[in-house]
Design a binder for this molecule. Sequence first.
Ligand code: E4P
Length: 215
Amino acid sequence: MSRIFLYADSADREAVGGLLGDRLIHGVTTNPTILRREGLGAEAAADLYAEWTGRGAAEVFFQASGADVTSMEASGLRIAQLGSNAVVKVPATAIGFPVAARLAAADVPVLVTAVYSSAQAVTAAAIGARYIAPYLGRLDDAGVDGLALVREMVTLLSGTETHPLVASVRSPERIVELVASGVRHVTAAPTVLRAALLHDASDAAAAVFERDATV
Ligand code: E4P
């Protein structure tokens, strides 16, 4: 038996706060682009971490940055110091993988992000990453069968302690396809997560229930 974990891929404080308040998500994933979209930078991480964990986020992801291994590792350690709910994202690059290996060796939870190949997924598992983030939508944009590749990663990582946490997920239907493929961790924009809750027929049925409950 395994749970399904949904995350908000956003730093929109109102949207993320609403999802946390409604207890619809397990955590929050960010990256420098997501922060910049809200006019925020790395310096906002401490406040966001406190706000979101205070509202029940079990995991909060911030991405390390740096032009070399030493600076990216230092960035990752600053993120790790936010608290036990913090997970450090590092890109699947020549700099990111050594940083991920060093952080994982220091028992810092790491997600290797922007994963586009099974070889990267296997390497992330070998170095002890807790998660990998394949970019489903961007794989499709590149003409790759993203779902097929994610399925292969699920198989390769089965039995390891590394889990696909799939990103670039742009519709409720893709969430369903991922879970049907064995994925148990999905991050998506708040609008996608909210859309996954709704169906016109459900609203119509509920309206009848309310009408009959109040007669
Ligand atoms: C990862 O966190 C990315 O920022 C995000 O999932 C990208 O989604 P997009 O490909 O729809 O922009």
